[in-house]
Design a protein around this ligand. Sequence first.
Ligand code: GTP
Ligand code: MG
Length: 423
Amino acid sequence: QMGGRGAGAPENSPLQIFVKAKKKINDIFVEIEDYVKDAVNYMHEIEKEQQILDEKSVRQAEEFVQKVHGIKDVLARDHMKVAFFGRTSNGKSSVINAMLRDKILPSGIGHTTNCFLQVEGSPSDEAYLVLEGSDQHCSVESVASLAHALCKEKLKESEMVRVYWPRNRCLLLRDDVVFVDSPGVDVTPNLDEWIDKHCLDADVFVLVANAESTLMVTEKNFFHKVSTKLSKPNIFILNNRWDASASEPEFLDQQCDEQAGVRKQHQERAVDFLVKELKVCTPDEARERIFFISAKEALLARLAEQGQSPTATLAEGFQSRYFEFQDFERKFEECISKSAVKTKFEQHSQRGKYIASELRDVLDRLYLDAQHLRDDKLLQRKELHDKVNYTEQQLMVITQEMKQKIHHMVEDVEQRVSKALSE
Ligand code: GTP
Ligand code: MG
């Protein structure tokens, strides 16, 4: 089935793991934001009237609003990043184009890509590029103009040009995958600078190797450096130009055996590289990371499907290479979305939990203080009440006594008056 998307309907795409997780975690942060804002508003209200709130708790809660806001900002920009490396002319730009189903990046014979190119979905559905250190949008209509724009600028090879491409033209861009294309690893002495500048936040690395030769020391060295800076990077190895091996004259006669032999040799070396040298995965995992493909054919086939180029005459064995390319895409999508969810969202959810629990502590303290205050007031009131009661009683006693005294006095006076009168 050449018509459909390799990875099936968009809803079934493994990339949806990331897309859905991102939506979910964003919803949770919207709730946390509401909750924090409510708490701060409430604190401001009672701050005016009561003495129970200490200034520090209020400031702390206000900081949480900022923090949640910051996390939401980062979250909105979170994406899945894949970076392509390999020797010049191995077909890095061609692989990216095939995945994007369009000739977006310049590719060609010789040293073509001369700086880092990052392709990501455009927020405005317009194609444009932005040079490093600038925020000016240069519009691009076609690859020709992109290549022209890149040539015009004197760019350093470690510099990054961002290419914003309409999301609706590619599902991968719509689902937040960002592609990084690089110049050949053999043309630079500055691998460390490259890694520090462009690789540390990559979720997946793709080594585009040339199936006509074997893994080179420069390519291996690059990944040795990467794996000293990142623990267990996710690395795929694409043995590209596999179509070329099919048309080798000596293969044509006894094609299957010879080709299978070469394939086995490449496969074993690549597995050894990932498992024994880099120690980034097990042999079983490694076998799921190594593919024999032809980026050029995959792109041509896709352009033909979309009616953008005449159906190409394809070399022997095209179908199985194309299936293998689609298989790579599927495994790649699974790997990148799982890895990105883990590396990007784990931190966010930990921070979210921390903020929620800190805020609960602040509110708990506030509640306790309020309770103490109430108890104090009740006690005060009770003491007052008791005092009043006592005084009342005293008063009663006193008045009683007074009454009696007066009574006695009156009686006494009466008696004395009547006695005086009778006398
Ligand atoms: P630089 O940017 O110069 O480092 O090269 P690159 O790795 O980006 O290679 P690019 O994609 O520019 O491809 C180099 C040449 O190889 C182009 O002419 C491609 O058409 C050709 N090419 C790429 N992939 C394949 C393939 O699978 N088979 C064949 N036969 N040719 C390919
Ligand atoms: Mg290139």
